[in-house]
Design a protein around this ligand. Sequence first.
Ligand code: ATP
Ligand code: MG
Length: 271
Amino acid sequence: MKKTKTIAVVSEKGGVGKTATLLNLAGSLVINQKKKVLVVDLNPQQDLSTNLGYVPPTVKSKTISEYIYDQLEGVDFPIVAESDKTGFIKHTDYGLDYMPANRNTLELLPRNLSDSEEDNMCIARVLKDEMFLDYDFIFIDCKDSLVAHLVPQILMASDYALPVAEVGINSVFDVSEVIKKINNRYAATIIGVVLNKVTEMSNIAKNILQAAQQEYGKYLFATQIPDRKAQIEQANDLHLPCVIARNVHRKKNTLAGYYTALADEFLEKIK
Ligand SMILES: Nc1ncnc2c1ncn2[C@@H]1O[C@H](COP(=O)(O)OP(=O)(O)OP(=O)(O)O)[C@@H](O)[C@H]1O
Ligand SMILES: [Mg+2]
């Protein structure tokens, strides 16, 4: 029987490439490996939804964030009707499904969270819904920081964590902090840390990479994503993952090969 695996994509620092990694890894799994994948935007910044080309409807409609809100309030008569739920999941032409959230409701949510066990399990309750059963993988795009805005609740509800770290002066520290915090606080298993925006141009960068590899080798994905901003932006402009954008855009998208390798490694690690 298929068992859906839920993966929280997290980082301690902002702007490291969580959304880009999630979208391109998910896209590769759909295109190359024919997996059924859902990506869920639970970051109030909503970059994932924007990068997928989502335009919020002018008519007010319910999203996954109202459903989470509903779980928190514990209302007997849910504000989300069964018929609304079909609209939660959006479909792309190439087979990746996604769930945008309602920014306003999502931003309200943390204020309602308390220390209670029940509140902390709000995402776990939502993920039990039948609409999630059909997927091989559900990736959740989180806000930066492991303690802010729903991230603890998402990590409690997820089978796996996939931290992303940008390779910079502080990256070794980031990697160690993220690994420690997740291992100490949450049951989610770390699949691997993705090193992103990797450049081997400078000696400092080389040293940082070497240090990270020596100390955290067993946690790191062997595939490292190089620093190629123009390619990420081209793909985002087309609302496509790099594995498809490379066939559409005239300029070569060399990141596609890296994300393909990352997806292969991901499947190997998650077996
Ligand atoms: N491999 C890469 N090479 C160069 N630039 C990248 C790469 N990956 C992501 N970026 C760029 O870095 C910026 C941040 O990326 P992204 O939005 O994916 O990060 P994030 O961790 O999701 O950010 P946030 O914490 O705000 O959610 C974007 O401008 C994106 O284009
Ligand atoms: Mg993001």
